[in-house]
Design a binder for this molecule. Structure first.
Ligand SMILES: [Mg+2]
Length: 384
């Protein structure tokens, strides 16, 4: 089997409400879908969710946009991969890395589409290609964006009311607000819900961060994500924090994971397929974490159904991913199972809602990604 064409579709979904976090200037919801065609008629889909103003620790990575993903896929990656075997996913990643440094979001979209074709070619869902299910379902942690206290509390209560058991609270801009909000949510929802405060590097230096984290713990936080930016600060905070510290911006790929694990620069790791350039790279991060007894979640940039299907397959199969994942529950307009929990977009590009039970996403059991793309919707939401 050979790749015959690679097409790109920049599109945008309308968010249910404003979801912001520290540093985010664009609205959520800008994507690039990638469609790979083959000479045997099999088609694979992938997705990039680029965020121009989000990146690696201290701003060292990313900066990709919809336009850069389109250009890199069309002008740099497609010429290298057309004519090659789409099921040779490792070779494809190596070829992409030789063709262009970085640009992991673009590579992620291609990697997902290749896995989709591989799975379809052998009649297996992607999670079975990755070694099979480690768990029956993937618990969803709902992201409560940077918003006023009342709205944030409403969002948290709504997600818990839908049956979700974990929340990721965005913060890092105003530490007093973060402590006050965590306390209010904990008071309202009791002890069972897991509360993780994501500071998006906002607590600056280690000493300041540790002082804030002690207050967050007293207010009821279970964990803190990316409190500071630099590796030296993350090491210091991890040493002193009374609750687990999670690396997000600090951990993109296997090189970051090895470095962090070696110096104990974090307790937990937040794995994104995008940061690692797809399922292949994310698997390596997961393997390091597994070897070093580092717990992980799968997180991302609130993907559309295409990217999130890949998230679900990965989260089902990776041994180290045992924390609730900050990933959406995708559904076409009017079919979402929940009012708030995992509900970020008013419509999506699949024909059926993702199945959930008790706040957890269930396996997608059809071959490849296991979803059917709604190409009419994709055309409707296409941007240029
Ligand atoms: Mg984060």
């Amino acid at each position: 089997m050979k790749i015959t064409a690679i097409d790109v579709f920049p599109f945008r979904l309308k968010p249910r409400r404003d979801f912001k976090w520290a540093g985010l200037r664009e609205d959520l919801g800008g994507f690039v879908a990638v469609k790979i065609e083959t000479d045997e008629g099999l088609v694979g889909w992938g997705e990039a969710t680029p965020l121009p103003d989000w990146g690696g620790a201290a701003g060292r990575r990313s900066g990709e946009t919809q336009a850069t993903v389109v250009a890199i896929v069309r002008d740099v990656i497609a010429p290298v991969l057309i004519g090659t075997d789409p099921t040779a996913v490792t070779a494809a990643r190596k070829a992409m890395d030789l063709a262009v440094i970085g640009n992991n979001y673009a590579k992620c979209a291609i990697d997902i589409a290749l896995h989709d074709i591989w799975g379809k070619s052998v009649g297996l869902p992607i999670y079975k290609l990755l070694g099979g299910a480690m768990r029956d379902s993937v618990y969803v942690s709902h992201m409560v964006g940077l918003m006023g206290d009342r709205e944030a509390l409403e969002e948290a209560v709504g997600a818990a009311g839908d049956g979700l058991k974990a929340l990721q609270i965005k913060g890092g801009v105003d530490a007093e607000r973060d402590v006050r909000l965590i306390a209010a949510i904990r008071r309202e929802l009791g002890s069972d819900i897991m509360l993780r405060l994501d500071a998006n590097q906002g607590y600056r230096d280690a000493r300041n961060a540790v002082t804030i984290i002690e207050k967050l713990k007293d207010a009821g936080a279970n964990a803190v994500e990316q409190p500071a930016a630099n590796l030296s600060s993350m090491i210091e905070v991890t040493r002193q924090s009374p609750i687990p510290v999670m690396a997000d911006e600090s951990c993109w790929d296997i090189v970051d994971a090895v470095e962090l694990a070696g110096v104990r620069g974090t307790d937990w790791i937040s794995i994104y397929l995008a940061k690692a350039g797809g399922l292949y790279g994310a698997g390596k991060v997961g393997a390091v974490a597994d070897a070093m007894n580092i717990r992980c979640d799968v997180n991302g940039s609130i993907e559309s159904a295409i990217g999130n299907a890949a998230n679900i397959h990965f989260a089902l199969a990776a041994p180290s991913v045992d924390l609730a994942c900050v990933i959406p529950i995708n559904a076409p307009a009017g079919t979402h199972p929940y009012k708030v929990g995992g509900n970020y977009y008013v419509d999506d590009v699949v024909t059926a809602p993702f199945a959930v039970r008790d706040g957890a996403l269930l396996p997608l059991d059809k071959p490849g990604l296991g979803i059917e793309i709604d190409e009419e919707n994709l055309a409707r939401y296409r941007e240029h």
